[in-house]
Design a protein around this ligand. Sequence first.
Ligand code: NAD
Length: 483
Amino acid sequence: MTLRTYAHFIDGADAAGTSSETIRRTSPGHGGDLADFAAGTAEDLNVAVTAARRSFEEGPWREMPATDKAAILNRWGDLILENLERLAEIEAEESGKPISYAKGEIQHSVAMTRYAASLGLQLHGEAFQNVGQNALGLVSREPRGVVGMITPWNFPMVTLFQKLPYALAAGCSVVVKPSELTSGTTIEAARLGAQAGLPAGVFNVVTGTGSVVGNAMTSHPEVDMISFTGSTPVGKAIGEACARSVKRCALELGGKAANVVFADADLDAALDGVLFGIILNQGEECVGGTRLLIEESVAAEFVEKLCARAAKVRTGLPLDKTADQSALIHEGHLQKVLDYIEIGKQEGATLACGGNRITEGGLDKGFFVEPTIFTNVTPDMRIFREEIFGPVLTVTTFKTENEAVALANDTNYGLGNGLWTKDVDKAILITRRLKSGTVFVNTFLETSVQMPFGGFKQSGVGRENGIDGLLEYTEVKSAFIKL
Ligand code: NAD
């Protein structure tokens, strides 16, 4: 891949910005140079917000009929798919995920764009004819205004498109600050959006660090709402910054999902689901199933089979089409995951399999870790409680349903959980008791754009996808009209 150089994207075009400094992205898979992103400044952010504000106040996007908006959003989806191979390569190389997942991620982003376009057609208010004599009550849903979006590196496209088309379908204008590690596809998407007919200023991108561009965004008085996806500590800081100016704030944060497996489950299917839950995106997955809670009577055999399957996982370079998992995002993160593996051993957990960095087979220049499984894990251990964000699974056994539910809920997070049982009554009753925004029953990480996604507890505030995902970007206005 030749070195790609990206400027910001502001007011419908590439924009150099006020600084000549750049941020170099090297491959987490092979160490080669991939891209230079502009190191944005507070002034660059201000220019983008001004363009977004102008486009919001002066149009034409906000007032454009929903049918025309939908046509543009759908055309944008077509263009993204026409560029699928190229975008998937960029996404895979920058984020370190296998190209097959990168493709799926981009296709899912287009599905969300099309869905948001169709939802926008149904956006409506209410009229009350019974509010008094010669009076009419109108409740309308207006676009929230200028929305600032801050996204992480693990799913650069999906985390953006869980927000962006919904905000656009609602009539908002947007400024995005993508992760400084994986900004390529966001800028590529912005260029394609302009080609599809998004008016200038409606979708702007300013690249750079969280401490400079992100901070300028959360404190900017002309930004009406922040929608953030990232870690819980940064989410808390962003929530505080938003509170200072009473900005709306949607937060999609970290997770520590459990896969709860009962002895009466289809254990073969559960093996697939549990393994997929730790290797997807090499464990850099907010809903990754990092805690296996399994009924004691079947635990030993299940773990033995799981380790046998884990040994067959193919770890390869990001562009290797046959890879099941690929590289962690950077060296510091590799070290963090390896440190957690050491912590697990020191805490007294049993390393059942994995636990090592992988360097053979041409992987010596990248950041690869074996799927790793710890048994005899208790809830007081850090590996049970903290987000590791690598292919590391903890195994804890239970004897009763109550114990299983208590273990699953014994976390500050609440993004997702998996549940495996053939007993339908049990599945429904336990689903009700699990404190997470999503529960996957007899499957894992499978859902639909029609279903809202978001966190309980410290996994977040607000919902994406579904009608809730659209309404996040609207403000309600009541008009009492005396006739
Ligand atoms: P991160 O919190 O470090 O960074 C996320 C974004 O915030 C980046 O763009 C970063 O530059 C920016 N940022 C950092 N400090 C900032 C500040 N002070 N002000 C404004 N912006 C700032 O997260 P990450 O390491 O990029 O991503 C991994 C995390 O994201 C994990 O915790 C994961 O669980 C979470 N995540 C959550 C979801 C979800 O939907 N809930 C999805 C994907 C990832």
